[in-house]
Design a protein around this ligand. Structure first.
Ligand SMILES: [Zn+2]
Length: 67
């Protein structure tokens, strides 16, 4: 068979919004909210380089449930 792999993946959506490694969900997702990036403490950078965890934004998206 020659069928392209066209979005038959299961699990959380991927490719809709660009997520940083520290994000739990895309921005605006119900039940989630911005939180200060624990990696860079909200600075958005580690030393001279942008923080890879939050992509330099200083915040990450975290689920609110379970706190
Ligand atoms: Zn960060």
């Amino acid at each position: 068979m020659s069928q392209d792999k066209t979005g038959q993946t299961e699990g959380p959506d991927e490719g809709q919004a660009k997520l940083n490694p520290g994000d739990d969900a895309p921005p605006g997702t119900p039940g989630t909210g911005e939180d200060v990036c624990p990696k860079c403490s909200g600075r958005g950078r580690l030393g001279a380089e942008p923080c890879p965890e939050c992509g330099g934004s200083g915040v990450v998206i975290k689920g609110l449930a379970g706190g």
